[in-house]
Write a new protein. Structure first.
Length: 171
């Protein structure tokens, strides 16, 4: 591991409603950066971020998990948070040290209660962030519908950084 100055270290929180794929995204980030040599899966019980036996058995994140990677000239700490309301204390803890947030939204479900709660928390804390529309390969994925919903509920000024070429079976 390289040495980094404090100015080059970022704490990025992954959050959203329960079951939207936050842990899967964290796993992909660690794999694509070379930290992991294999891509684990929550459903298979071999994700690097869900390591507690209860999390593995239930296939949900219960405790804040931290993974780290080096990307270009930065050291990034990924804070994978639980999505269920019972574990909001873990999300609040992560928010207190986060430099940025990725709010994950499922492409089939759209905005859910947990999405709105996380948005309010991060706005109050002044944490900059972005929305990540996940699970575009699902059969009933609706990227543009979810994007419009995000823009209507949270802010008209939200614009996509990238647009999927397809969705569902065409993804």
């Amino acid at each position: 591991m390289r040495d980094f100055c404090m100015k080059d270290i970022r704490n990025v929180m992954l959050c959203g409603h329960g079951g939207v794929g936050k842990t899967t995204i964290a796993e992909a980030m660690l794999f694509n950066s070379g930290v992991l040599t294999r891509l684990g899966r929550v459903d298979d019980g071999n994700s690097a971020m869900d390591y507690d036996q209860l999390e593995i058995d239930r296939k949900v994140t219960i405790s804040l998990a931290i993974g780290n990677l080096d990307w270009k000239d930065a050291h990034i700490n990924i804070l994978d948070t639980p999505g269920y309301a019972d574990f909001r204390g873990e999300v609040i803890s992560a928010a207190s040290v986060s430099d940025g947030v990725i709010i994950v939204v499922d492409s089939t479900a759209g905005i859910e209660v947990g999405t709105e709660w996380v948005w309010e928390l991060t706005r109050k804390q002044g944490i900059p962030g972005l929305f990540f529309v996940n699970a575009l390969s699902k059969e009933n994925a609706h990227f543009f519908k979810v994007l419009e919903e995000i823009q209507n509920v949270f802010r008209k000024g939200i614009v996509p950084l990238s647009v999927p070429i397809g969705q569902g079976e065409q993804f």
